[in-house]
Ligand binder design. Structure first.
Ligand code: SF4
Ligand code: SF4
Length: 454
């Protein structure tokens, strides 16, 4: 391989020889794949905007309440105590992404990743509307500052700022819920100055990413992009250039590629897909559309750039299933089964009873010993549950500091109680005691802890 062949690997694609940023003026994509991608993006955006407003039986459909240590996913409530279930869910999701990447490459990036959707389908569309397609944008950037340029740039950046603010506030609703968000914005800013500042900083970050940093998130920052090297193999179906059909390239050669560079001009990361699968390719399919239109104009078959595997191009047949993704699918199935089982078998309430730290025991003249406990009960259901606590292992008396009668749906009861037991009923200085949590006289959970005595 000579130096020219590998020159595209000499430095990041968006840096010039001096190491300065080369601004990417990507041509506006057009074609069947772009239409499909636009439709899919609208669907994803619709989900992003509407989910915080969807409610099931008055409860949010999805709520990532980190401050309250509570997650609601598809109407089901998960508390911090459900770490195993959440870990299984996360693991299944990561494995699904791995399985998907092994099979279809970086399709997630070009089609479903919020970074691409907002950049390509929101911010860039505003830019096309105000500044025009790539040549016009390039000329505008090179032109001296006139009133027209100030107006265009000013309008574009004002809209970018407004969209960034809207994005941040929609994200916020995923974490605090739409109802709380409406309550917050009705209050004066001074009442929530910290939250307001955080919202401004996050919006400024979005504005910076989408107005300036742009594709560098995908090519230089995103760790998922870096994993492609280990996840892809010759059977992975990715956006590929059919070098067997295209080469030798040139306007008057036997290969189908006329070397028009149209596929590069439309690429949002400015790469040449003819160099093979690269880290920077987000599988957005813009080059497929562009090359297909060139093929049509030159009277050749479409598909010189298409979704295919290295094996598909080399041997003319592509298969979706191979031993690697079959093995991942089996592991994913096992994980998901375990997740469903854990989810269905989890208790409706979760009780924690621990002796209050720093306190030992108290002795009374009638031979009674007492210990102080902290109790926490989480109601994981959407119903109010009447509860009562009884000592099962011994005869004794419980004196609760608060009133334990009914725990509201998705709520948590926290209190302290004193347990009195006659000294002659205790076998040693550290006796195991068992509590029962009853609802309408039905035992729904038991909890064991220790009772200390002299
Ligand atoms: S658009 Fe197609 S024909 Fe033109 S350079 Fe790219 S691969 Fe070759
Ligand atoms: S090479 Fe093609 S599919 Fe990959 S990022 Fe560029 S335009 Fe998109």
């Amino acid at each position: 391989m000579n130096k020219t062949d590998i020159s595209f690997r000499d430095r990041p694609i968006n840096l010039d020889e001096q190491g300065s940023r080369k601004w990417v003026y990507a041509k506006k994509p057009k074609g069947l794949w772009y239409k499909r991608r636009t439709l899919f993006s609208w669907f994803v955006l619709l989900i992003f905007i509407t989910v915080p407003f969807i409610r099931i039986n008055g409860n949010p459909f999805i709520l990532l309440d980190i401050a309250g240590r509570k997650f609601i996913l598809f109407g089901a409530i998960f508390w911090a105590q459900d770490t195993l279930i959440l870990a299984l869910l996360m693991l299944s999701f990561v494995l699904f992404i791995v399985l998907f990447t092994v099979t279809f490459g970086r399709l997630w990036c070009g089609w479903a990743c919020p970074q691409t959707i907002f950049l390509e389908m929101v911010f860039r569309k505003v830019e096309y509307l105000i500044e025009g397609d790539y040549r016009k944008r390039y000329r505008l950037d090179q032109a001296p500052w006139t009133l027209g340029k100030v107006l265009k740039k000013g309008t574009k950046h004002t809209l970018f700022i407004l969209i960034s603010l809207a994005m941040t506030n929609t994200f916020l609703m995923w974490f605090i819920g739409s109802e709380k968000w409406f309550t917050l914005i009705a209050e004066p800013i001074s009442a929530n100055i910290t939250g307001f500042m955080v919202m401004l900083v996050v919006s400024a970050f979005f504005y910076w990413v989408y107005s300036w940093f742009r594709e560098q998130i995908c090519t230089m920052v995103c760790p998922y992009g870096r994993m492609q090297g280990v996840l892809l193999d010759s059977k992975s179906i990715v956006v590929s250039y059919d070098y067997k059909r295209g080469e030798p390239r040139g306007p008057k050669t036997s290969g189908d590629c006329i070397d028009c560079h149209q596929c590069i001009s439309v690429c949002p990361t400015a790469i040449d897909i003819r160099n093979g699968t690269q880290l920077e390719c987000i599988n957005c399919t813009a080059c497929i559309d562009q090359c297909n239109s060139v093929m049509k104009a030159t009277g050749k078959d479409p598909g010189l750039i298409r979704f295919d595997s290295e094996q598909g191009i080399q041997h003319g047949h592509k298969t979706i299933w191979n031993s690697r993704n079959r093995a991942y699918s089996v592991v994913l199935f096992i994980l998901l089964s375990f997740f469903v089982y854990t989810l269905l078998s989890r208790p409706v309430i979760e009780t924690t009873i621990l002796r209050t730290p720093g306190l030992l025991y108290q002795e009374y003249p009638n031979q009674t010993i007492s210990n102080v406990y902290n109790i926490k009960i989480v109601n994981k259901t959407h119903d109010n549950i009447p509860l009562e606590i009884r000592l099962l292992s011994h005869e004794g008396e419980i004196k609760m500091a608060g009133t334990l009668q009914e725990i509201k749906d998705q709520a948590m009861f926290e209190s302290t109680f004193i347990l009195y037991i006659q000294g002659d009923l205790l076998a040693s200085d550290k006796t195991e005691v068992e509590f029962g949590i009853y609802s309408n006289n039905e035992l729904i959970e038991t909890y064991k802890t220790s009772f200390v005595s002299p």
